[in-house]
Design a protein around this ligand. Structure first.
Ligand SMILES: [Zn+2]
Length: 458
């Protein structure tokens, strides 16, 4: 599409997140029991079929009918980690509580610093209030009145509003480590449905189709629930707010778009499942920006067992509306720079001389290199998977591992590049392409996650 070019620079910004998100996701794919007898799974939910042509309206009416019986979980989002101090405010009534006990409360909380008090065990200090040891919670009475202040290196200071409440804890500092090695963690605890609009706004373009938003809402919800139920018990948070999980930026100055709110509301509680040998299970609903022509097996990237919804091989030309993320321009890297980038990511190969040749050892049926053999000036050759290799080169620079690598003497050229991201699961540009052609969210989800079904988790 001619006029889509103006969108592309912005899009590659927006969509790289999901690619990188998945890049650093955990590799363990355990199957989580989602729907069990008596767990609130309704008949109308189980009747829902991704192939239903009435998906849109039925999604919505089903969501309405279920609302009163829902048991919506809270999600714990790690927002700030190991900070020396942090600052926050609440524009309205609030409480500071610890293990159910109120430590302080007031009509509003002006911007205050949260620091740690020396001593064993380490304790938090909020403004003038020295707290007993242990995590504390700052709970606004009115949702969306919690403001956090960020002061990051190489970036102007900024603040954001968040829903839910803040749980703050401090890690014990190690005597041998640097002064700020301990630090303060801040976790935003928020209802799952209130978390999702922020993810949609970060992952999709404002002008994208409502059905693309609905499909992404289901994928993001399923992913979040999968993380919560698979990893949540082993740590004090469920997801990160970055591309390590799903990008979450709070409420934003303009609030949420009506489209993001509507997409979440319309799909409330709905997740993707598949019929595993052990019963109906949710799965890690990976998604990436543009598959470039065909999705690939999750096992190629994430050491996941191969399951039908993530087995790849789904043909998709719908993402061709992505223009230069569907087919990207050649990228050239000198052999010296390429070697340097490789060693940065794989320090165990620090003694490696300059990489001179790159050979494709194994590819998918559609020509995506899976495994590469690198030869340098010295030492034995190294075999590396192309997924990790690409991330070493920079996921924003080499947009996907579906490309040819051509030796130009002093440099390598990555050419005939297809797609943006890992191409596992849902293709975001393809989702938008299908939505523009009139496909419903449920049809799009069953297209990219073959054999999956839509069910109501709560
Ligand atoms: Zn695609």
């Amino acid at each position: 599409m001619e006029n889509s070019d103006s969108d592309l620079s912005g899009l590659s910004q927006g969509c790289r997140m999901s690619r990188l998100r998945a890049a650093s996701m955990g590799s363990i794919l355990t199957f989580v029991l989602l729907v069990s007898p008596g767990a609130g799974c309704s008949r109308s939910a189980t009747q829902k079929s991704p192939s239903s042509s009435r998906s849109d309206s039925s999604l919505r009416s089903s969501a309405r009918n279920q609302r009163q019986n829902s048991k919506e979980p809270f999600i714990r989002v790690m927002l700030i980690e190991r900070a020396a101090e942090l600052a926050l405010a609440v524009a309205g009534p609030y409480k500071v509580r610890q293990k159910g006990r109120i430590l302080a409360q007031g009509p509003n909380l002006r911007k205050i610093r949260v620091t740690t008090v020396e001593g064993q065990p380490q304790r938090l200090q909020i403004g003038q209030l020295a707290c007993p040891p242990g995590p504390i919670e700052i709970v606004p009475r009115t949702p969306g009145t919690l403001r956090l202040y960020f002061n990051q290196p190489k970036r102007a200071a900024f603040s954001r509003l968040y829903g839910g409440f803040a749980r703050i804890s401090c890690r014990p500092s190690k005597p041998s480590a640097a002064a700020n090695s301990g630090g303060i963690d801040l976790i935003n605890v928020i209802k799952l449905e209130e978390y999702l609009p922020s993810v949609l706004q970060a992952e999709l373009y404002a002008e994208w189709h409502i059905e693309a938003y609905r499909a992404q809402a289901v994928a993001a919800r399923t992913y979040a629930l999968y993380e919560m139920r698979t990893f949540g018990e082993k740590r004090d948070y469920d997801v990160r707010a970055t591309e390590a999980s799903q990008v979450y930026r709070g409420i934003g100055d303009q609030g949420y778009s009506e489209k993001a709110l509507r997409a979440v509301r319309n799909t409330r509680g709905i997740v993707c499942t598949w019929a595993s040998p052990l019963g109906e299970r949710i799965f890690s609903t990976y998604y990436s920006s543009a598959c470039g022509g065909m999705t690939q097996n999750a096992a190629n990237c994430f050491k996941s067992p191969s399951i039908p919804p993530l087995a790849g091989g789904v043909k998709c030309s719908y993402c061709n509306i992505g223009g230069r993320v569907y087919r990207w321009e050649p990228v050239r890297l000198s052999k010296d720079e390429l070697t340097q980038l490789f060693v940065q990511r794989f320090p165990q190969h620090a003694g490696l001389g300059t990489i001179r040749t790159i050979e494709v050892v194994r590819s998918t049926a559609d020509g995506r290199p899976l495994s590469l053999r690198l030869r340098s000036d010295s030492g034995p050759s190294i075999t590396v998977d192309s997924y990790s290799f690409r991330l070493a080169m920079g996921g924003h620079r080499i947009l996907s591992n579906h490309c040819k690598i051509v030796d130009l003497g002093s440099s390598f050229e990555f050419r005939e590049g297809r797609g943006f991201g890992h191409a596992v699961g849902l293709c975001q540009w393809g989702t938008e392409g299908q939505a523009r052609l009139g496909k419903k969210a449920s049809e799009i989800l069953s297209y990219y996650y073959p054999g999956s079904r839509l069910k109501r988790a709560y």
